[in-house]
Design a protein around this ligand. Structure first.
Ligand SMILES: *Cc1c(COP(=O)(O)O)cnc(C)c1O
Length: 357
């Protein structure tokens, strides 16, 4: 994949690049598990996928039910308010999924869009999508999802879940550098397109480039090397197979969880609400967050993210994403943490190996 990044750049209107675009669209459909014609990477990070969704598929005054149970739900609520939507926050405490009944209950009154974050990276919680499409259908409303962290790491089938539009990011479980935001929307969602307030994220203009039959019209210069790298990353996902990839992330998550438990770290997400690609754990008493994470980076070259929001200083967020969801990588991490805590790693390593066997 990194070799693909280093190839001589193709021109953004070169027919050879057009073929790459077609392949990327097809691979994205397979990865999102959707038949949507519209599937392409926005030239921006994951948040640019969110902006594309908000600018094009939400109208000022729309009543939008927005699930908020962490940083990324908050971010969406902010973006929706800036767009002039009538935002109704459906909340759960950080570290928990939003109860489905609470979302369905909120969907009794008419509304235009229900948005949820499928994988809350700030807390390591997966949001079930069951029953949400049905709740939307009663009002002809649409279901929108942020799957930045969950795509290709946690079970997700957009069409079966009845999701109308979704965005992701290249750098999480797709295992590509940051810089592209895979995006998809079905025809029902696209019917809402009506004058994006931003020029850069204007979907009709972008689709004249991405979906032109024959003549692709220049809008902005596509980051061609990134798109070529994404093609490679998506091909790797398909080669492994989505089901096998989800199973590997599940196994890696559980193995690391049981190893870290031996070192005194407990997972924040309760059983059944965990997000495979992100393990968020509470720090044991007496472990200094900044000192130990600093040592992991400086001495071992391992980056562990700190807690966010109410978990700042009290939790670690450990990626279990893509090639990071492998036994040897986790073994290095467990050894490094044990070393920095001045404890023996044996029991934790045994738990890790049991988890993988
Ligand atoms: C990372 C992330 C984003 C934002 O993506 P950027 O690439 O940082 O812009 C949005 N939502 C979730 C759930 C994420 O994990």
């Amino acid at each position: 994949m990194l070799d693909a990044l280093a190839l001589p750049p193709l021109g953004h209107l070169d027919p050879a690049f057009g073929e790459v675009m077609e392949e990327v669209a097809e691979l994205l459909r397979a990865t999102f598990r959707t038949a949507n014609r519209t599937a392409f990477p926005v030239s921006a990070t994951g948040s640019g996928g969110m902006q594309t969704m908000v600018d094009n598929l939400v109208r000022p005054g729309d009543r939008v039910l927005c699930g908020v149970h962490g940083l990324f739900g908050e971010r969406m609520a902010d973006a929706l308010a800036r767009r002039g939507a009538d935002v109704v926050r459906i909340e759960a405490e950080w570290g928990r999924a939003i109860p489905t009944e609470r979302l369905v209950e909120a969907a009794r009154e008419p509304f235009a869009v229900l948005f949820v974050v499928h994988g809350e990276t700030s807390t390591g919680v997966a949001q079930p999508l069951d029953a949400l499409a049905e709740a939307c259908a009663q009002h002809g409303a649409l279901l929108f999802v942020d799957c930045v962290t969950s795509l290709a790491g946690h079970p997700l089938d957009l069409d079966s879940a009845g999701v109308d539009a979704a965005f992701s990011g290249s750098q999480k479980c797709l295992n590509c550098p940051p810089g592209l935001a895979p995006f998809t929307a079905n025809d029902r969602a696209l019917e809402r397109m009506q004058g994006s307030p931003s020029w850069y994220f204007d979907l009709p203009l972008i689709l004249h480039y991405w979906q032109a039959d024959g003549a692709r019209a220049y809008h902005h210069t596509a980051p061609t090397n990134m798109v070529v790298a994404l093609r490679e990353a998506l091909a790797i996902v398909q080669e492994e197979g989505l089901d096998a990839r989800w199973a590997r992330h599940a196994k890696a998550h559980e193995a690391l969880r049981s190893a870290l438990r031996q070192l005194g770290f407990e997972r924040i997400a309760p059983e059944g609400e965990e997000l495979y690609p992100l393990l968020a754990v509470r720090l044991p008493d007496g472990v200094d967050d900044v000192t130990v994470r600093g040592a992991l980076l400086a001495e071992h070259g391992i980056e562990v993210a700190g807690g966010q929001g109410p978990f700042a200083g009290q939790a670690w967020r450990i990626g279990v994403m893509g090639e990071g969801a492998r036994a040897p990588v986790q073994e290095r991490l467990v050894r490094a943490i044990a070393r920095e805590l001045n404890t023996d790693a044996t029991v934790a390593l045994d738990a890790l190996h049991d988890g993988w066997s």
